[in-house]
Design a protein around this ligand. Structure first.
Ligand SMILES: Cc1cc2nc3c(=O)[nH]c(=O)nc-3n(C[C@H](O)[C@H](O)[C@H](O)COP(=O)(O)OP(=O)(O)OC[C@H]3O[C@@H](n4cnc5c(N)ncnc54)[C@H](O)[C@@H]3O)c2cc1C
Length: 391
């Protein structure tokens, strides 16, 4: 074997270490045995059973990167990506709950939390507390730093007032990373990040959205009315919340790429199986070359999306620049998921268009991949800025 292929760090991107492969298999088995039987009910009722969330804690996938010393799994960012991919293969709603927990909330605390904050929150985030990440508001989505949620400095505490919109996992979460501004006149430089507990006075979770897809994932408004947040719950430095938001979202985006890869893979596997079972003109439709070619095209798109996603994740883990690669991964994987799920419905014919078969749900679930953690246009903007050296 040529030396370059044998040397570590130059392995094919989809080669997993023994630990990674074992972890991936565990999550896959969990998704098949514990999640798949519940998926259609969860979608119909728009509800995530608490027992399922508890099972995720027991499996150790809610604190993947949390160090052992704080009761976490002490594993890697890449493993978070594998977990999200495997869960999304079966259910994109559970996948995004696990994704936000690991790639946004735990990640933000890992990178910017004080020792005291880590000691207070990591053991809970690893064992029973769901986390949420609150940046968006009704008037500020893509233009996230135009946010208007206000933080007033009251000495030993801050008072937060405003509303947040679209907050994933808000119905279940106990800890919220909330971005608010200390001074709207200072633009992005006023933005500060706070660790807000659900039980803090002045904090309530508002209306839940009734959505097209990922229906079991809660998406709610947050209402902050003079919400009292202790000074020691500022995450990172006051006025540096914009940096936390930009950097966590750069990383979180790789998680959404993984969610879209897993979702596309899950839908594809249904299509592949169905094409070999469904008979027309006296033989399985998979024997028609037109259908074979369609399946081959879809498998190629999924492989390309997976390679982009793994590459971004491996680069991030290696400490290499990854911002452009992460945006490309999310951009491409979300488009691939849209195309794959749409074509798999066609493979199923009329049956694919009904709720009795699983593929229409994949089609509904994928759409959000082009919206959250930066719309498709925002990914293009990030990529273009990187190409033109403007970032
Ligand atoms: C299911 C769901 C879950 C979510 N979870 C969270 C969460 O947990 N936390 C959180 O903070 N947010 C969350 N969001 C919010 C999400 O990040 C925003 O919806 C997203 O950033 C887009 O913002 P917007 O909806 O206000 O759309 P807008 O920003 O109003 O965009 C509308 C359209 O205009 C385009 N556009 C806007 N500006 C430009 C520009 N400069 N150039 C080109 N095109 C542009 C956009 O690409 C888009 O097509 C969630 C959203 C959804 C739907």
């Amino acid at each position: 074997m040529p030396e370059t292929l044998a040397s570590p760090g130059r392995l094919p991107l989809t080669d997993l270490s023994d630990d990674e492969a074992m972890f991936r298999d565990q999550v896959r088995q969990f998704a098949e045995e514990k999640v798949r039987p519940l998926v259609s009910k969860m979608d119909a009722e728009a509800k995530m059973p608490r027992e399922l969330i508890d099972a995720c804690f027991e499996l150790g996938i809610m604190g993947i990167e949390i160090p052992d010393a704080h009761s976490g799994a002490g594993a890697t960012f890449f493993m978070s990506i594998l977990a999200v991919e495997e869960l999304a293969r079966v259910d994109a709603s559970l996948a995004v709950l696990v994704d936000v927990q690991n790639t946004l909330v735990n990640n933000a605390l890992l990178r910017w939390g004080t020792e005291d904050q880590k000691a207070r929150y990591f053991p809970r985030l690893a064992s029973r507390w769901v986390g949420a990440y609150a940046l968006s508001e009704a008037g500020s989505g893509s233009d996230a730093f135009a946010l208007s949620c206000r933080a007033l400095d009251k000495g030993d505490h801050y008072e937060l007032t405003g509303r947040k919109l679209w907050i994933t996992s808000a119905a279940e979460a106990e800890l919220f990373v909330v971005m608010a501004t200390l001074d709207p006149g200072r633009g992005y430089k006023g933005i500060t990040s706070f660790l807000v507990e659900r039980s803090f006075p002045g904090f309530t979770v508002g209306k839940r959205e009734d959505k097209l897809g990922i229906r079991a994932s809660s998406t709610c408004e947050l209402v902050l009315e003079g919400c009292r947040v202790p000074r020691e719950n500022v995450l990172g430095e006051a006025g540096k919340g914009y940096k936390i938001a930009i950097e966590t979202l750069n990383e979180g985006r790789i998680g959404i790429g993984a969610q879209m890869v897993g979702l596309a893979q899950g839908a594809f596997e249904h299509g592949l199986r169905y094409a070999q079972e469904r008979q027309q003109f006296g033989k399985p439709i998979a024997e028609f070359q037109a259908v074979q070619f369609q399946l081959a095209e879809l498998a190629t798109e999924i492989e390309a999306a997976r390679l982009l996603t793994y590459n971004a994740a491996r680069r991030r883990e290696a400490g290499d620049p990854f911002v452009k690669e992460a945006a490309m991964a999310k951009l491409f994987a979300s488009r691939a998921a849209e195309h794959v799920t749409s074509k798999v419905i066609e493979v199923y014919g009329g049956y694919g268009f009904t709720r009795e078969y699983p593929v229409e749900k994949y089609f509904r679930d994928q759409k959000v991949g082009q919206i959250y953690e930066g719309t498709t246009n925002m990914q293009l903007l990030v990529i273009a800025k990187q190409l033109l050296g403007k970032m």
